[in-house]
Ligand binder design. Structure first.
Ligand code: CTP
Ligand code: MG
Length: 386
């Protein structure tokens, strides 16, 4: 799923101004936890991860505090008050974007937390190909029947029908005009219908079963099919050369030699990051931060681990513990262990007590023994969130 070229920029709207009556409970569903964090936060963080440059969130009147608490700190986010219907909530958010005047806008339900990157990319690609709108759809697999007062009426042909999801992607000016002109039912089915009613054309792209909308109380507790614990391991080597900085676990060490590599070559953080990604089965460091991509040249490796920790949360897990072994003859790791431990704790949001940093030599044998490079290996466990 690695994107080949840079994705065109887009802005997103997340509608989170509903009451969540069908889920019930004291607070609306978009602020309730699913896989360990509020629905709204999942939806917003996915869109930011997938490249949204800004997000407007429609929230219920007076819900600023609860929304902010649900979301955590995010710079690229603005709240607007939603309306009585979803269509009005979208219109308020579109109007709030007028000054920014984005080219593309993605409109997404807060109630669909598990947005795969491939769907976002498919939508943006469809706009870049010249479509005014694009929506993710899935086939209908069950046969269909029209209910006529409890009796079976006509049987619509499922092969021509599609289930429609969000996010839905649009050329901003077109969807704004369509929502302003909307005179249909107060509760428009979705934004694509609003665009189509105004004469717009909408392309269909592949949706995903994971994008299911949280609608009923039981949808909120569906983490049980995943394993409760998983473990992953990571291994990395970088070459020691003169004239390079030496970074280990996000700490710069004074040494005659430093590690060479595309990023800051922090071999220890690379091993930990791969262990964390391995535990959730989500590729490796190169999948997420390709060395061919110039933006990672000289990059601080801490951001790789921070990203991996975020992916763990999105997968519905938290990191249980990390155990790292650094393999080198010099420098001595012991004196730096407390600083390294606290930096790994900061990057992952973990307690230091769950982070172990060990070091060993190879008795002057092999490339580590000759001081030609440093190797690191790590194990990470993850625990499923309730
Ligand atoms: N929504 C909104 N403004 C409204 C109504 C709905 O922003 N006036 C948002 C919801 O917060 C949700 C999305 O639209 O993210 C999809 O709506 P739905 O799943 O129907 O959510 P609710 O309307 O909140 O739930 P219910 O219909 O069960 O009350
Ligand atoms: Mg509703």
């Amino acid at each position: 799923m690695a994107q080949t070229g840079p994705l065109p920029r887009f802005t997103a709207i997340v509608v989170a101004a509903g009451k969540g009556l069908r889920v019930g409970g004291e607070i609306p569903k978009q602020f309730r936890n699913w896989r360990g964090q509020p629905l709204l936060r999942h939806s917003v963080e996915r869109l930011l991860d997938h490249g949204a440059d800004h997000i407007i969130i429609a929230i219920p009147q007076g819900a600023d505090d609860v929304a902010r608490a649900a979301l955590g700190a995010h710079d690229a986010v603005t709240f607007v008050t939603g309306g009585a219907t979803r269509q009005q909530s979208v219109l308020h958010a579109l109007e709030a974007l007028a000054e920014r005047g984005p080219s593309y806008v993605l409109i997404h339900d807060a109630a669909r937390p598990d947005l795969p990157r491939a769907v976002t990319h498919g939508l943006i690609d469809a706009l870049a190909a010249g479509n005014q709108g694009a929506i993710p759809v899935l086939p209908v697999v069950d046969s269909l029947a029209v209910d006529e007062n409890g009796m079976m009426g006509a049987s619509p042909d499922r092969d021509i029908l599609r289930r429609v999801q969000t996010p839905q992607a649009f050329v901003y000016a077109d969807i704004l005009a369509a929502h302003r002109a909307w005179t249909g039912a107060p509760n428009a089915g979705d934004d694509a219908q609003v665009l189509a009613a105004n004469g717009g054309a909408v392309a269909l792209v592949d949706g995903h079963e994971r994008l299911k909308k949280i609608t009923f109380a039981e949808d909120l507790m569906d983490n049980s099919t995943q394993p409760a614990f998983r473990i992953g391991q990571g291994f990395d080597v970088h070459k020691l050369v003169e004239g390079e900085e030496l970074w280990l676990c996000g700490i710069q060490l004074d040494h005659t030699h430093g590690l060479a590599g595309h990023s800051d070559a922090d071999v220890a953080l690379h091993a930990i990051t791969d262990a964390v990604l391995g535990a959730i089965g989500d590729g490796d460091i190169g999948t997420h931060f390709p060395p061919s991509d110039p933006q990672w040249k000289g990059a601080r490796s801490g951001q790789f681990l921070e990203h991996a920790a975020k992916l763990v949360a999105q997968a519905g897990y938290r990191i249980g513990n990390i155990d790292l072994t650094i393999i080198c003859e010099a420098p001595k790791i012991g004196p730096h262990r407390p600083a390294m431990r606290s930096e790994v704790a900061r990057l992952t949001g973990m307690d230091e007590s769950a982070i172990s940093i060990k070091a060993t030599t190879t008795e002057r044998l092999g490339f580590t023994g000759r001081g030609e490079g440093i190797a690191a290996q790590a194990i990470a466990s993850v625990e499923r969130l309730a």
